[in-house]
Design a protein around this ligand. Structure first.
Ligand code: CMC
Length: 439
C-alpha cells in the first residue's frame, strides 16, 4: 500500500505488514535495523480511528535517537566511547581527556587538552550561596538528594544557561558542570560527617582535588596516594557513559523541553539515584556481608538457584558474554588494596565468582560479573559509606549526560519527548457534587 515511504527513504530493505483486520498490506521501510514508529500510524482500520502504535513500556525495543557517543555490543562484551575501546581508554587516558572525547567527539590535541584542563580547573568553585544552601540540609540528608538539589539550583545562578541554542553558552555550562560536580559531591559527603566543607585546590588534578575535598583535615596540603588517584580516574572513565540508559534517557527527555542543562542533568541524577540503576554495588556489599565467610557460599548459591534470591553484581540486560568494565575494575581493586589493605570481603567475592562461573545455572543463563560486582569493595576500602557510591557514579557520568544533551540539542530530528498511552480509564462520567457522593 504505502510503499512511497520506502522509496523516499532510499532503502531497499522493507517490512511487509498485513493488517488482518482489514486485509490491507503495508510496506514499511527499514533503515538501520529499525522501522519508523510513525509509519505504523498509517495502519488503521478506518480514517476516523487512530493508527497503529507500538506498546513498549521501558523502551525495551525502541530506539529514541541516533547517537555517535557510545557503542555497546553486549554479546561480544564490547564498550566503546566515540569508537575507542574502553580497555584502551582505562589503560592510557584520564577522566578529563575522556570527558573531552565524549563531549567533543574527538580526542584533544595537547593544546586543546591543556585549555580544557585549565577551563575545568578554573570553574571548580561554586557561589558561596550554594554552600549556604547545602548547609541548610538536615544532618542525615542523603548525598544524592543534596547533589540533585544543588545541581538544579545552579540554574538559578546561571540564568543565561537557558539560552541553549548558543554554542558558546552551551560550552560554558558544560565546563561549569563537569568542574563543579566533584565540589558538590565532596561537600555532600562532608555534610553528613559534620565536617567543614573543603574548597577546591586548583593545583591538584581532577581526581586528586576530589579526594582532597573529601578527606582533607588540618594539613596544609592534602596529597592523595597516586595509586588511589589513578584507581579513581579509572573508575571515573568506566562510568562516564553507557548510551541510552535510564538516566541518559531522563536527561534527554527533560532536555527535549529545551530547559537549561542544569535542570536536565538534575533529572538524570534523580534517575541514577534509583536502586535499579545506580545502587547495585551497595547491594553487592550487603550480600557479601550476609554470606559472611567462604564456607557459606555453597549454601548461598543453592538459595540463588532455588530462586530465593539473586547473586547481586551478576547479569546484565545488555552484556551476555561479559561486562568489559568488570575486568578492568578487578585490576583496579588490586591497586587500591595495595594502599588500603585488602577488604576482607574480597576473599568471598573472588570465591563466589569462581564458583558461579563454573556453575551450569549461571553459565547457561549467561550470567557474568558486571561493573558493580567489585566497585563497591573499592569504594568501601576508600572509606566511603554506601550512600556515597551513587554520587561517585554521578560525578563522572555528568560528562556522558552532557554529551547526550549536546547531541540532543543539535539533532534536527528530535522533538519534545511525548510518548503515547493506552488509555484504560472511564469515559463520560457525570460530575456529582461532593455532598451528594455516596461512599
Ligand atoms: N542472580 C541469579 N539469577 C539471575 C541473575 C542474578 N543476578 N540475573 C539474572 N538471573 C536469572 C533470572 O532469574 C532468569 O532466570 P530464568 O530464565 O530461569 O527465569 C535469567 O537469569 C534472566 O534474567 P532476567 O531477569 O530476565 O535478566 P534481565 O536482563 O532482565 O536482568 C539484571 C538484568 C541486571 C537486572 C539482572 O541480571 C539482575 O538483577 N542482576 C543483579 C543486579 C545487578 O547486579 N545489577 C547491576 C547491573 S550493571 C549496572 C549498570 O550497568 O547499570
Amino acid at each position: 500500500m504505502s510503499d512511497e515511504t520506502a522509496a523516499s527513504a532510499g532503502s531497499n530493505e522493507t517490512l511487509t505488514v498485513r493488517d488482518n483486520r482489514t486485509g490491507v498490506e503495508y510496506e514499511l521501510p527499514i533503515a538501520d535495523g529499525t522501522i519508523r514508529a510513525a509509519d505504523l500510524a498509517k495502519i488503521r482500520t478506518d480514517e476516523t480511528k487512530p493508527g497503529l502504535a507500538a506498546y513498549d513500556p521501558g523502551f525495551v525495543n525502541t530506539a529514541s535517537c541516533r547517537s555517535s557517543i557510545t557503542y555497546i555490543d553486549g554479546d561480544a562484551g564490547i564498550l566503546e566511547y566515540r569508537g575507542y575501546p574502553i580497555e584502551q581508554l582505562a589503560e592510557q587516558s584520564n577522566y578529563l581527556e575522556v570527558a573531552y572525547l565524549l563531549v567533543h567527539g574527538e580526542l584533544p590535541t595537547k593544546e586543546q587538552y591543556d585549555l580544557w584542563e585549565h577551563e575545568i580547573t578554573f570553574h571548580t568553585f561554586v557561589h558561596e550561596n550554594i554552600k549556604t544552601f547545602m548547609q541548610g540540609f538536615r544532618y542525615d540528608a542523603h548525598p544524592m538528594g543534596m547533589l540533585q538539589a544543588s545541581v538544579g539550583a545552579l540554574s538559578t545562578f546561571y540564568p543565561e544557561s537557558r539560552n541553549i541554542f548558543d554554542p558558546d553558552n552551551r560550552h560554558m555550562q558544560v565546563v561549569r558542570m563537569i568542574a563543579k560536580m566533584p565540589t558538590l559531591g565532596a561537600w555532600a559527603f562532608r555534610h553528613a560527617q559534620g565536617k567543614p566543607y573543603v574548597y577546591p585546590d586548583n593545583e591538584l588534578s581532577y581526581a586528586g582535588n576530589f579526594l582532597a575535598m573529601l578527606f582533607k583535615m588540618s594539613e596544609q596540603e592534602f596529597q592523595a596516594d597516586e595509586r588511589l588517584i589513578r584507581a579513581l580516574e579509572v573508575l571515573f572513565i568506566l562510568h562516564a557513559d553507557h548510551e541510552q540508559n535510564c538516566s541518559a534517557n531522563a536527561v534527554r527527555s527533560v532536555g527535549s523541553s529545551e530547559v537549561d542543562p542544569y535542570s536536565a542533568v538534575a533529572a538524570g541524577i534523580g534517575a541514577l539515584f534509583g536502586p535499579l540503576h545506580g545502587g547495585a554495588n551497595e547491594a553487592v556489599l550487603r550480600m557479601l556481608r550476609r554470606i559472611g565467610s567462604v564456607d557459606k557460599i555453597p549454601e548461598f548459591i543453592d538459595g540463588v538457584k532455588a530462586g530465593d534470591e539473586r547473586l547481586m553484581g551478576f547479569g546484565h540486560r545488555v552484556y551476555k558474554n561479559y561486562d568489559p568494565r568488570a575486568k578492568i575494575i578487578k585490576k583496579a581493586c588490586d591497586d587500591v588494596f595495595e594502599v588500603t589493605g585488602v577488604n576482607p570481603l574480597l576473599k568471598i567475592a573472588v570465591e563466589l565468582e569462581k564458583i558461579a562461573l563454573e556453575d551450569e545455572y549461571f553459565v547457561s543463563r549467561k550470567l557474568y560479573p558486571n561493573v558493580d560486582f567489585y566497585s563497591g569493595l573499592i569504594y568501601e576500602a576508600l572509606t566511603f559509606p554506601p550512600e556515597m557510591f551513587t554520587v561517585l557514579f554521578a560525578i563522572p557520568r555528568t560528562s556522558g549526560w552532557l554529551a547526550q544533551w549536546l547531541e540532543l540539542v543539535d539533532d534536527p530530528e528530535q522533538k519534545i519527548a511525548r510518548p503515547k498511552q493506552i488509555y484504560t480509564g472511564a469515559h463520560q462520567r457525570t460530575f456529582v457534587p461532593v455532598g451528594e457522593r455516596s461512599t
